[in-house]
Design a protein around this ligand. Structure first.
Ligand code: NAD
Length: 568
């Protein structure tokens, strides 16, 4: 298209006797990318993937990997030494890592900010090719390292690791690149491209991006750091202390794929040291955060306090907590309610941000649903993730164990609450909390309104005649709006619920569980206190990390100052 424009403008400018410069903007040549999700492997007994994974699990569980801070090209080790342990066997160390001091964080800011200008000049097409190479390394060469480090370090079962640290991570790298390629098709209106050509180009942001990631999804760490990097940014990546090994694996893969030193700097640090230092820098261009509400609020407040310091208004993207619900209508299919709720509430120990933790059930279905939930809960095997028959494993660390067991203790002592199953906590070997089902008489009890982030499901049983009133509770009970699901066969009611519950969830499910979003299928994120709803895995996400520039090129020079109407 551009060359046609050029021909036309040459003709036009010759006619008008003007000098012709032609468009100086390069034409992007993005690589071919197929919009399809990475298939999830089965890991059945004797499958090649299972055999390979078992080998890596055995190797990783019998070693302590040494993980440096990496700033630019330099590997650094400080005297702030920490260890990552297996949550399901906390005597066992799997990684030794180091916290960066505030001075080192400042050094990383300088390196990322300087590198950004060089990196940004690497054409987007070339960057995309590196991302696709990284996705390929994740798919083949390093798949089982990603899975083993996630299984052992974050206590995920094989299926939970595979959908996270393999499939979702690969999808983020590939599908976000696809969406960027798609965005490049946009051309601003040029009424006569032979006279004036309008274009938009996506620059990296001036400064650096701080990526602060949570423990619960390896893929989220990769996305938070590397999607801004794809768009031409310089990044400081602060992984969670309890996900260092898997996050380090991603970092190494990306370096092997060709991401130059200094583009992403790997900076494990004490959270407040990191937050305080990055928010004090004039070069802060953005924060890409996923984690809890108090941490994000603190970062946002610090940015507000320092607003006069910055060269740019920092972009703040945060995905935070939830109090996700399943709402059951009297017309619901009981079996799917039971299966969906058990999976949503207890897979990965309720430590998915989308996990169901409150449920509303009509009295007319309660008998059947209660029986189904208790029966299925009693069958769940909890243990070491290297035992492939377990359904779930330990919670992430001592702090999580204390918080979750605190809620269970509270439930045991409350006259409003009854524990229907589970309720046993034991941290002698690993941080084990049995999947726990609680029934509440009070729909606004704190156990129904606060994020627990553990395997605790609370159910409020409503009288069928109180359906309308109960529906109102969904929105009024919590400050969150992350995920929610309705279960119903009554189409008319389902349509109404779709409207009534519109602002209760960023990801809404009809006759399906509230977890399990897939990149490119259900872009993810919530509003209210659940975050800024920027929808990772969707078409607009990567563009959040670009600073677009509009370029107008005029090929026919302006020679007149007066307008025609002025000449009478
Ligand atoms: P967290 O807030 O404790 O930690 C998140 C990250 O912030 C970690 O890397 C931590 O070290 C860092 N941090 C802590 N204090 C900091 C500070 N003052 N400045 C800068 N960084 C700081 O959260 P977590 O326990 O790792 O993750 C669980 C939370 O994440 C839950 O609330 C969950 O709902 C949420 N989450 C949300 C989504 C989503 O997409 N909405 C996805 C995953 C997790």
């Amino acid at each position: 298209m551009l060359s046609l424009c050029r021909l036309a403008l040459v003709a036009n400018s010759q006619k008008l006797g003007a000098r012709c410069l032609g468009s100086i903007l390069p034409t992007p040549q993005p690589p071919d990318i197929v919009l399809a999700n990475e298939p999830v492997l089965s890991y059945t007994k004797h499958s090649p993937e299972r055999q390979e994974l078992e080998k890596v699990l055995s190797e990783f569980s019998n070693s302590v990997q040494d993980i440096p801070i990496v700033i630019g090209d330099e590997e650094i080790r400080t005297d702030q030494v920490h260890y990552q342990v297996m949550p399901h066997n906390h005597a066992k160390k799997i990684a030794k890592y180091y916290h960066a001091t505030p001075d080192l964080i400042k050094r990383a800011i300088t390196v990322a900010t300087k590198t950004q200008r060089e990196w940004e000049r690497v054409p987007l097409d070339t960057r995309m090719k590196i991302w696709l190479r990284a996705a390929e390394l994740m798919r083949e060469k390093y798949r089982q390292e990603l899975n083993a480090s996630t299984m052992l370090g974050q206590s995920k079962t094989v299926i939970q690791a595979e959908i996270d640290s393999a499939a979702e991570l690969i999808d983020f790298f590939k599908i976000h690149s696809y969406f960027v390629k798609d965005a490049l098709k946009y051309r601003p209106i040029s009424p006569d491209a032979s006279v004036t050509l309008n274009s938009m180009r996506y620059r990296g942001m001036d400064g650096f991006v701080a990526a602060v990631s949570p423990f619960n999804f390896t893929a989220i760490g990769g996305n938070l750091a590397y999607t801004p990097a794809l768009m031409g940014n310089g990044v400081l990546w602060k992984p969670s202390d309890t996900a260092v090994l898997s996050n380090w694996t991603i970092f190494k893969i990306c370096r092997e794929a060709g991401v130059p030193p200094g583009v992403v700097n790997f900076v494990p640090a004490h959270g407040p040291d990191f937050g305080d230092t990055v928010t004090a820098s004039p070069h802060l261009a953005g924060i890409n955060f996923t984690g809890s509400v108090p941490t994000f609020n603190r970062l946002w407040t610090q940015v507000g306090k320092n607003i006069g310091v910055y060269r740019n208004y920092p972009k703040l993207v945060g995905e935070c907590g939830g109090k996700n619900y399943h709402f059951v209508h009297p017309s619901a299919d009981v079996d799917s309610v039971v299966a969906g709720t058990i999976r949503s509430a207890f897979e990965y120990n309720g430590q998915k941000c989308s996990a169901c933790s409150r449920m509303y059930v009509p009295q007319s279905l309660w008998g059947e649903i209660r029986q189904g939930l208790i029966k299925e809960r009693d069958r769940l095997k909890v243990g070491d993730v290297q035992d492939f028959s377990v359904f779930t494993s330990a919670v992430i660390d001592a702090a999580a164990f204390k918080r979750i067991s605190g809620y269970i203790e509270y439930a045991k002592n409350s006259s409003h609450l009854e524990i229907l199953g589970g309720g046993v906590c034991d941290d002698s070997v690993g941080y084990f909390v049995q999947p726990t089902i609680v029934q509440t008489k009070d729909p606004k009890d704190r156990i129904m309104t606060e994020e627990i982030f553990g395997p605790v499901l609370t159910i409020f049983v409503y009288e069928d005649r109180d359906l309308e009133e109960t529906m109102k509770l969904v929105e009024s009970s919590t400050p969150y709006a992350l995920t929610g699901a309705i279960f119903a066969q009554d189409e008319q009611w389902a349509r109404r619920a779709l409207e009534e519950f519109k602002y209760t969830a960023g990801n809404f499910y009809v006759n399906d569980k509230s977890t399990g979003s897939v990149v490119g299928q259900q872009p993810f994120g919530g509003s209210r206190m659940s975050g800024t709803n920027d929808k990772a895995g969707g078409p607009h996400y990567a563009l959040r990390w670009a600073s677009p520039q509009s370029v107008k090129e005029t090929f026919v020079p302006l020679r007149e100052i007066d307008y025609e109407y002025m000449r009478g």
